[in-house]
Design a protein around this ligand. Structure first.
Ligand code: NDP
Length: 490
């Protein structure tokens, strides 16, 4: 059977890479190649820049109503093709198809619809100076911008970046991860059907270090919105900063969940102990732990430590690991052989550092179609101090550590005790305590008695090594526009 060729979308056309070379795209659940990805390079970037340049003048002058309308058509087309996109996402990434159906694809169309609405409400400021002058601030599109996204939530994060950039009137050169390019490729045809003018969005496929780097270093690309690992983010910043490109970096995390003993004081309108166990399990293991927001360090107040530990082990051990295509699967495949090896090496490291494996800890072999796929048992570990590598470095897999704490000060020191600052969760029935704790956490996002509850208007991003800048709502529209203040003397 001939394999699908994942090709570029440039100037409104689907085109092979100039080099006409491709590499295998692997299905993580089987470990086998199932399609071919364009191995693009700087020649494809040059063509995309020409297409984007010629589209920019018209697109920036297109009325916001028209820009919003074309984005709404694109969102509708994603909804109409939701099932096919969810199946494709699951095959390409290894995530359970139910997750792609319920989260990834609906969120992709919401992202586009949200920014289509948002641009129609986007207003700039004016500042009057008594009887002397008035200032008004223009917020114009930047020009050609780059959007680079990772493999863990492929279409979800791809659309999260391109939607505000396009809505604000920019032309975009976007690259999905070479590990999960399929749904961005499928989006190309939907853009054609939606009537997105040629060159407004250009999607290039290939390796990060090759075509990705050619995009971010191209002199005509003025802003870069990047989501990915902290090391890659630092590298991109080192290339972009001397050229004074505008940068938004959404990077890694090592997120704490802090659970206070008062969750056992059931009150009618607050979470019960069982609910918290269920939600902490979900927060740690959704998408095989491969969400930048997943909790990987679980801190439990000592009086309920043993009880919570036993309940969490019981809950996590029930997670159904298996073929992502099966609607009953809750834990699918790890995205690649390389990432599987990385996670297994961290489990080995945890043992060497003195950790006790409470659950899992091994590669899982699945009979039948998936017998060469990349599966790992959901893993819980205890007995490790804060300063060991297992508790300091991002593993980005189905692995979480447990540790007791004795008071609020200790919990705060543990939670804040890494170089990362993306997302923290706090679980308590004492809302006053939650508020004061949240104020002292060095994290860009704090969830109290919930996880991954997203309002797209809120600022999204990390502190410390988890990133620079914020996405979401007005923050994203500000990033993708250039502010120019005009001062008129009366
Ligand atoms: P990477 O940093 O490896 O890659 C991210 C993207 O950058 C990919 O498209 C990659 O392409 C590309 N890339 C790699 N090298 C370069 C380069 N030199 N120049 C330009 N582009 C490049 O991250 P992963 O894909 O492995 O994603 C996992 C990471 O993303 C985790 O650390 C996770 O925490 C983080 N993340 C952060 C989020 C946040 O909102 N803060 C959300 C989701 C994930 P290719 O894959 O083709 O090499």
């Amino acid at each position: 059977m001939t394999k699908t060729k994942i090709i570029n979308y440039i100037g409104g056309e689907l085109v092979p890479p100039v080099s006409n070379t491709f590499f295998d795209n692997i299905e993580p659940a089987t470990g086998k190649p199932y399609s071919l990805t364009a191995d693009s390079d700087e020649q494809d970037v040059a063509n995309a820049v020409v297409a984007a340049e010629s589209a920019f003048n018209t697109w920036q002058l297109t009325s916001i109503d028209e820009r919003a309308a074309v984005l709404m058509r694109l969102a509708d087309l994603i909804d109409q093709n939701a099932e096919a996109l969810a199946q494709a996402e699951s095959v390409d990434n290894g995530k359970p198809v139910s997750l792609a159906q319920q989260v990834d694809i609906p969120r992709a169309s919401s992202n586009i619809r949200f920014f289509a609405h948002a641009i129609t409400q986007y207003a700039s400021e004016s500042h009057t100076m008594a009887n002397e002058a008035i200032n008004y601030t223009l917020r114009d599109p930047i020009g050609i911008v780059a959007c680079i996204s990772p493999w863990n939530l492929p279409l979800y994060l791809f659309t999260w970046k391109i939607a505000p950039a396009l809505a604000a009137g920019n032309c975009v050169i976007a690259k999905p991860s070479e590990i999960t390019p399929m749904t961005a490729f499928l989006l190309s045809s939907l853009c054609q059907q939606a009537g997105l003018p040629p060159g407004v969005l250009n999607i290039l496929h290939g390796y990060g270090h090759k075509v990705g780097e050619a995009i971010i270093t191209h002199p005509k690309i003025k802003a870069i919105s990047f989501t990915g690992g902290t090391k890659t983010g630092a590298h991109i910043a080192s290339l972009a900063a001397p050229k004074f490109k505008k940068l938004s970096l959404e990077l890694g995390g090592k997120n704490p969940a802090v659970i206070f003993a008062d969750i056992c004081n059931d009150e009618p309108d607050l979470d019960t102990f069982d609910d918290v166990v269920t939600q902490v399990a979900r927060a740690s293991f959704a998408n095989q732990g491969q969400i930048c927001l997943c909790s990987s360090r679980i801190y439990i107040e000592r009086p309920i430590y043993e009880k919570f530990k036993r309940a969490l082990i019981a809950k996590v051990s029930q997670l159904n690991v298996g073929d992502p295509k099966d609607v009953n699967t809750q834990q699918g495949a790890i995205v690649s052989q390389q990432h599987l090896n990385k996670i297994l090496s961290y489990i080995q490291l945890a043992k060497e550092e003195g950790g006790t494996i409470l659950l899992g800890g091994e590669q899982r072999y699945i009979e039948g179609r998936c017998n060469e796929g990349y599966f790992i048992e959901p893993t819980l570990i205890e007995g490790l101090p804060l300063n060991c590598r297992t508790n300091q470095e991002e593993i980005f897999g189905p692995v979480a550590t447990l540790q007791p704490f004795d008071n609020t000060e200790e919990a705060l020191a543990l939670a804040n005790g890494t170089e990362y600052g993306l997302a923290a969760t706090v679980w308590s029935n004492n809302i006053k305590r939650c508020h004061s704790f949240a104020q002292q956490l060095d994290f860009g996002i704090v969830w109290v008695n919930t996880w991954l509850m997203r309002d797209l208007r809120t600022p999204f991003g990390g502190m410390k090594q988890s990133g620079v800048g914020r996405e979401g709502g007005v923050e994203a529209l500000r990033f993708f526009t250039e502010a120019k203040n005009v001062c008129i003397k009366y």
